[in-house]
Design a binder for this molecule. Structure first.
Ligand code: PMP
Length: 448
């Protein structure tokens, strides 16, 4: 490996970083992370911090997690790759699909389609939704509905249902036939409604209204995150997801839950669907499926999909990836699922999530710069920064960056996304780790 001077000199010189401008990477060089242990990461200067980002919402079991590393090494030695396209399979992926069918049985999902990550999972679900309706003799059902502020990855389909202009505008025109419903975002919404239950009803009514306007017979599916993640951790009122499920059912529209973040325990439940007591027709998963150690994902499929696609010679799936069912990813996922269950990480996520949420609420008492704190469902927490609490005027980027930098120096990596500081640490954090994160945030806010 080259020395640290070489790495710093060449930092961001020869590759473009996602989700920022090349110019920004030059003026504010990225922190070079070189090591990790437990829930901590260490940078090139030897500064070690608690990773309150959890990689990118994916390193649920922390960085050490030996069983996943061992499974990857063993599988690499045995069968590093083979395709699962028509005609071949591998032992790891067969066993994984068996385990996933069991894990997601309470969600009514018993088949898997494997992908290489979250955006692939979203794309897969959208394509299969259209095919489902074609197979059932309703080829006119091609449109998609989703929530504003929703994040569904960056492929063209996912970007088209994405509800944040930052990921859309530069890449337009996107896929036609995608329509967005107001999100149940209590702090800011077009209805000026501050009661979460009433807002949930208004958003559900807006969904119903859009369906009538478009014509239910033109709509394939609604895709939504059970708790909006990248959009700023927006948990809806508990009544919202069941209302959406009922509306979709009434209009013959498939419901896809995008659980790339929420599946495998992050919300304190094993899936977001289970948290809200609904059964989706498809569920997109990725990220924590391999603890972030291997690019992998799975779309889980429910009864409607199974009944329509199975025992039907016309249901040829013209979709798939070279790495669908990758044996190394499958082996990693198998080990990860076993550890996820053995450590019962959902329970710790719920307890530590409450601690994090209450700690952030206490910071809000102390600092006017905090306009809103959202969370309370596992280890997904956001602090929304404002320059004026009364008018809710958004914060400038430099102030948010300063909070982040000071917090980093004080011992925690947190993530700034627009006006939000987002915390999504590994689900195995201890009470002490959460205290470290809260103390680091406190230092960050004190500095501005
Ligand atoms: N859907 C959701 C809900 C996500 O949070 C993400 C990633 N943050 C994606 C899809 C895309 O996943 P990936 O970056 O692995 O393609």
């Amino acid at each position: 490996m080259k020395d640290s001077n070489f790495l710093k000199e060449n930092n961001a010189r020869h590759f473009w970083h996602p989700m920022t401008s090349p110019e920004d990477s030059h003026t504010t060089p990225p922190t070079i992370i070189v090591k990790s242990e437990g829930v901590c990461i260490e940078d090139i200067d030897g500064h070690s911090v608690v990773d309150a980002v959890g990689g990118l919402w994916n390193v649920n079991l922390g960085y050490s997690c030996q069983p996943v590393k061992d499974a990857i090494a063993t599988q690499l030695a045995k069968l590093p790759y083979y395709s699962t396209f028509r005609g071949t399979s591998n032992d790891a992926v067969i066993e994984l699909s068996y385990e996933l069918a069991d894990f997601f049985a309470p969600d009514g999902l018993s088949r898997a389609f494997f992908t290489s990550g979250g955006s692939d999972s979203v794309e897969t679900s959208l394509r299969l939704a259209r095919q489902y309706h074609k197979l059932r003799g309703e080829p006119g059902r091609v449109k998609f509905l989703s929530l504003k502020k929703g994040y569904h990855g960056t492929h063209f389909g996912g970007a088209s249902v994405n509800g944040n202009a930052n990921f859309r505008t530069a890449y337009e025109p996107l896929m036609p036939g995608c329509y967005h419903i107001p999100a149940p975002y209590t702090y800011r919404n077009p209805f000026n409604e501050t009661d979460p239950a009433k807002l949930a009803q208004l958003c559900a009514a807006a969904l119903e209204d859009e369906i009538k306007f478009q014509g239910a017979e033109t709509i394939a599916a609604m895709i939504m995150e059970p708790i909006l993640g990248a959009g700023g951790v927006i948990p809806p009122h508990a009544s919202f997801a069941p209302m959406v499920r009922e509306i979709c059912d009434r209009h013959g529209i498939l419901l896809i839950t995008d659980e790339v973040i929420t599946a495998y325990g992050r919300t304190g439940a094993w899936s977001g669907a289970r948290l809200w007591g609904i059964k989706p027709d498809m569920m997109c998963t990725a990220k924590a499926i391999t603890n972030g150690f291997f690019p992998f994902g799975a779309v889980m499929l429910g009864d409607k999909m199974i009944e329509t696609f199975e025992n039907n010679p016309a249901a040829k799936i013209g979709h798939g990836y070279t790495y669908s069912g990758h044996p190394v990813g499958a082996a990693a996922a198998l080990a990860c699922l076993a550890e996820t269950k053995r450590l019962n990480v959902a329970e710790n996520a719920a307890a530590r999530g409450t601690q994090m949420y209450e700690g952030c609420m206490a910071l809000m008492e102390k600092y006017d710069i905090i306009g809103d704190v959202r969370g309370g469902y596992g280890l997904m927490t956001a602090i929304e920064l404002v320059s004026d609490r009364a008018t809710k005027a958004p914060i400038d980027g430099a102030t948010a960056a300063k909070v982040q930098n000071v917090a980093y120096e004080a011992g925690a990596m947190v993530r700034v996304s627009g006006p939000n500081i987002i915390m999504s640490p590994p689900l195995v954090v201890t009470e002490n780790d959460v205290q470290t994160i809260l103390a680091a945030l406190d230092a960050g806010f004190a500095a501005v």
